[in-house]
Design a protein around this ligand. Structure first.
Ligand code: SAM
Length: 271
């Protein structure tokens, strides 16, 4: 699984170039797109199409090569394959057949954006693309509302304004968001601001709605007191499992902060 540049060709690693040049074939999401990268790197390896619509059949082709003792690389159009991109089903098939799968790590838009957000210290949740329709999108955001981790979204340019509006409507307007567009490219731009100000920022210049976007929203602010649901789940779990496990499970189930649950569990046990 070979990561390729998000835009800047210099981001391809020497190891990626080496591997792409040595394998028997490269399975690629869009062969014409990947051909340009190979040409730029002076690589002549043949390409096989492996995309959303033919992944099972193409995985069969990959397996036949592996069974013949060859190695195959898999790339997507940009970034890390199988991350909001084709490849995961092929990886599963190859593993099931008993072959090794190796990562040649490199660019990934989600991680690149997270690294410049300043929100990733506690952890992050990669959400990828939210549903395209507003009602479904708002419910998906609602389900993430209490998550203390930073939330990482991919979004298409024609939906970024409505997506930001829904994030602002469902989450606290004071929460900060990183809007990163065209990472590593000529018109790269990133800004951190409160959700309440994000819509206005996007609307201020038509260029700000162009290109490829990653949105990173900071995690939920720590709760003052735990909600009724977190308290209820914690109490039930405390009756059944050790204190630490109860706090961890309650955090996973309810999305409430683990530290607060742990402190509350100590208090409840003490009582
Ligand atoms: N597998 C890829 C990766 O590792 O980042 C992501 C593939 S996903 C189909 C494409 C989405 O990634 C875009 O719609 C955009 O949200 C994000 N993306 C890709 N390249 C980007 C870039 N240069 N700047 C900002 N976002 C980017």
């Amino acid at each position: 699984m070979v990561a390729t540049p998000l835009g800047n060709l210099q981001d391809i690693s020497p190891r990626a170039v080496d591997i792409l040049g040595r394998v028997a074939a490269i399975a690629a999401e869009d062969t014409r797109h990947s051909q340009r990268l190979l040409d730029a790197c002076g690589i002549r390896t043949r390409l096989i199409a492996l995309h959303e619509h033919n992944e099972q059949a193409a995985a069969g082709q990959v397996l036949r090569l592996l069974e013949a003792g060859e190695s195959v690389a898999l790339v997507s159009d940009a970034g890390t394959p199988a991350v909001s991109d084709p490849g995961a089903r092929a990886v599963a098939r190859v593993r099931e057949a008993g072959f090794a799968v190796v990562a040649i790590p490199g660019p990934c838009a989600a991680v690149a954006a997270l690294s410049i957000s300043g929100f990733g210290e506690r952890g992050f949740r990669f959400v990828g693309f939210l549903p395209p329709r507003s009602a479904a999108r708002r419910s998906a955001i609602e389900a993430l509302r209490a998550d203390p981790d930073a939330l990482v979204f991919y979004e298409a340019p024609h939906r970024v304004a409505e997506c930001v509006a829904d994030l602002c409507a469902v989450l606290e307007p004071a929460r900060r968001i990183l809007i990163a567009r065209e990472l590593t490219k000529l018109h790269e731009q990133s800004v951190v601001l409160a959700l309440a100000a994000a819509g206005e920022w996007l609307a201020a210049d038509a260029n700000r709605l162009r290109g490829e976007f990653v949105l990173v929203v900071e995690g939920a602010p720590p709760a003052e007191g735990l909600g009724v649901e977190a308290e209820r789940v914690l109490t039930l779990l405390l009756a059944e499992v050790p204190l630490k496990v109860a706090a961890r499970l309650a955090a996973e189930i309810t999305g409430a902060p683990k530290n607060a649950l742990y402190a509350r569990a100590l208090a409840l046990r003490g009582g």
